[in-house]
Write a protein that binds this ligand. Structure first.
Ligand code: GLU
Length: 304
């Protein structure tokens, strides 16, 4: 497959589309980004790298980071975390509180905010220095120690994080947050504030393409069964309340973030990351979805 040619064709097609969607502004620091920024990077299993646009520019990966925190929790804990967080799509916005009250403080899945807060709480109980250890974990999978937090974004999230604080408090009342709420929120805001480029993201997501093996070290970080489950959760829960639409149009497991990034994989074939900050009303990158839809259409390959 000539992925570079496919990406070039896609870039030509999307470049002529009128700009659609809005940059996330509920975290003020995110609103500073160029709304028309665009990049994509694809890594295939033979070591090939293919890119278009600003594929080397770092952006705020936001909720894509929830996949890595879940990966770390699973690699440390195995199954016990599933007592505290479910594996069903929420069908609600990522920061919705309605289900949490009905479902006794057990979040629907680990890729919505409430679920990621529970995972942060779990990690705080397992790690000596959670923020530093988490960062090292991502750097290890990526094989890249330049990956870091954007502290201004983390501070901006904290300042405007009332809804996340409300969720953490509600779950604490139900007994599903065990540690100090401020510590849990601080870790959560930092993990969302990780910055990576499309190249770095695609390279890191190769872990899921290779069924839980870090390709550049050969380490089997997740068991095959854990990797299968992670990919299944991305497929069913990775796109806010638009996971069905993403499966329908694109047909790959992946995760989006309100920074405008989407990372997705074709197990055993490739990983891909796209960045375009204008979001559709559900919070997914408008062009990001379009690019991935074109990718699976033009290559004629999806997981379905
Ligand atoms: N840090 C964001 C929040 O908590 C993450 C949102 C996202 O990317 O889904 O609202």
């Amino acid at each position: 497959m000539n992925y570079q040619q496919v990406l070039d064709e896609i870039w030509q097609e999307v470049a002529s589309l009128p700009p659609e969607g809005e940059v996330a502004s509920y975290i003020p620091e995110l609103a500073k980004v160029n709304p028309n920024a665009f990049g994509a990077h694809l890594c295939d299993v033979s070591g090939g790298h293919y890119a278009i646009g600003e594929s080397e520019k770092k952006f705020s990966i936001q909720s894509i980071s929830k996949v890595f925190s879940l990966t770390l929790a699973i690699s440390l804990a195995g199954d016990p975390i599933w007592k505290r967080v479910g594996v069903e799509p929420s069908g609600d916005p990522f920061n919705s509180m309605i289900q949490l009250e009905f479902e006794q403080g057990i979040p629907r899945n680990p890729l919505i905010n409430a679920g990621a807060l529970v995972i942060c709480d779990y990690l705080i109980g397992q790690l000596k220095d959670p923020k530093a250890d988490y960062l090292r974990f991502i750097q290890k999978i990526a094989g890249d120690d330049t990956i870091s937090y954007n502290y201004s974004v983390a501070a901006s999230e904290k300042q405007w994080g009332h809804r996340n604080a409300a969720m953490a408090n509600l779950m604490k009342a139900f007994g599903n947050i065990h540690h100090d709420i401020e510590k849990v929120l601080d870790l959560y805001f930092h993990i969302c504030a990780i910055e990576m480029s499309c190249r770095q993201l695609a390279k890191t997501f190769l872990l899921y393409t290779f069924h839980g093996k870090v390709p550049h070290t050969g380490e089997q970080l997740l068991t095959l069964s854990q990797a299968k489950r992670l990919n299944a959760i991305m497929q069913t829960c990775g796109f806010y309340d638009e996971a069905g639409e993403f499966s329908f149009r694109v047909g790959l497991p992946g995760k989006s973030g309100v920074g405008g990034g989407i990372a997705a994989i074709h197990p055993g074939e490739y990983s891909v990351a796209v960045w375009s900050p204008r979001l559709n009303p559900k919070g997914n990158s408008f062009l990001g979805m379009k690019v991935l839809e074109l990718l699976t259409t033009k290559t004629g390959r999806s997981i379905f």
